[in-house]
Design a protein around this ligand. Structure first.
Ligand SMILES: C[S@@+](CC[C@H](N)C(=O)[O-])C[C@H]1O[C@@H](n2cnc3c(N)ncnc32)[C@H](O)[C@@H]1O
Length: 352
């Protein structure tokens, strides 16, 4: 018999909560908003119906999601850790994810969402108490994510230092196997900008099979953090940007800079491309017009596109379904959108 829960939780970027609530109201009209703190929300069914542990949503603004079983707030950290496993005792837990809710908007006073020393300490504590399932205590590798039978992962969301919200979800895709949907990668010392991590995350989330030697055209490539992530995969990168590239990227043998605005670039540059990425700091309709002109040009045959849509105003979140329909109308079979861990007030759209 499947276990059931009365609530589901979602985490998101601080500032994205109204967009996430509006998205849920539009796509899951049976759900009612129940509780929230910045970056953390819970919902329930308006009818009182319960959720199975299979619950998931592809909401653009939900960085992580699962069923919510309640919170632990009482006792010492060790007592709380034991209570966590008592709450999950009936479930075949295969892995554990401990992560904090975001505390500020990304970039506010240099704040970057991610795991913290505190969340890593609590993760270690949870694995050390006697009630921890053996696979979690021994840090056994869980079965790989699977769209149908993903392993069941325990979630401990640190909403406040002494308020841990407990839940679980199935790891169906690589992103849901990352704690809190947070990319488990550090910025290398040689990266020219944090956009390196944004590109790594979009490549992993998209699942695009980019093969060494293929050509990627990047619109808005300067200063070059994203190019570095592509070059690391031995792709050939054509960076289109009127601004200056970092010398480290410029000197890479796999990189070529076309120092122009995209509309001034000869068509043949795009006809040779396998993949297109677009990260220009202008409103979504400008990005979509720019990419559409390339995708629809004669002789251009792209395997896939990755684009960032800058939500210069949060109100633009309401138009996301129209943006996705527009991309689909260019002939792509699969179009998906997500606000990535490393996105600011923007979303990533992939089409293939
Ligand atoms: C957010 S930055 C790109 C960051 C870059 N992807 C990286 O990894 O460092 C946005 C860039 O878009 C460029 N840009 C704006 N409009 C453009 C256009 N029409 N064609 C090409 N680049 C454009 C800007 O010059 C700017 O360098």
């Amino acid at each position: 018999m499947a276990e059931l829960a009365r609530f589901v939780f979602m985490t998101c970027q601080v500032g994205a909560e109204p967009a996430l609530k509006a998205e849920i109201a539009r796509d899951w009209p049976g759900l009612r908003f129940a509780y929230s703190r910045p970056g953390f929300l819970t919902f329930k069914h308006s009818t009182g119906a319960e959720f199975s542990d299979d619950f998931h949503t592809h909401a653009v603004f939900a960085r992580s999601t699962g069923v919510s079983l309640g919170k632990v707030t009482q006792g010492t950290p060790e007592e709380r850790a034991r209570q966590v496993w008592q709450m999950l005792a009936d479930r075949p837990i295969a892995d554990l994810q401990v992560f904090p809710r975001d505390t500020f908007e990304p970039g506010f006073r240099d704040y970057e969402p991610g795991l913290t020393d505190e969340s890593r300490g609590i993760d270690t504590l949870l694995r050390s108490v006697p009630e921890a399932p053996r696979c979690v205590a021994e840090r056994q590798a869980p079965p790989p994510p699977d769209p149908k039978t993903g392993p069941l992962v325990a979630d401990v969301v640190l909403v406040e230092p002494e308020e841990w919200w407990i839940g679980c979800h199935r790891a169906r895709r690589p992103v849901s196997a990352w704690p809190g949907g947070l990319l488990p990668l550090e910025l290398p010392a040689t990266a020219v900008s944090r956009v390196y991590l944004k590109m790594q995350e979009s490549l992993l989330w998209s699942g695009f099979k980019m093969v060494p030697g293929q050509t990627v055209v990047e619109l808005g490539s300067a200063p070059g953090g994203a190019s570095q992530a592509l070059l690391e995969r031995e792709l050939l990168v054509v960076g289109i940007d009127p601004a200056e590239m970092d010398p480290m990227v410029l000197s890479h043998p796999g990189f070529r800079h076309v120092r122009k605005r995209s509309k001034d670039v000869p068509r043949r540059e795009f006809q040779r491309a396998d993949w297109l990425t677009c990260d220009i700091n202008l409103p979504p309709n400008y990005t979509l017009d720019t990419v559409e002109a390339i995708v629809k040009a004669p002789g251009v045959r792209l395997k896939g596109v990755i684009m960032n849509l800058k939500l210069v105003d949060w109100k633009l979140a309401e138009s996301i379904p129209e943006y996705l329909q527009r991309v689909q109308s260019w002939g792509f079979r699969q179009v998906r959108a997500r606000q990535l861990h490393h996105n600011r007030q923007e979303i990533c759209v992939v089409a293939k």
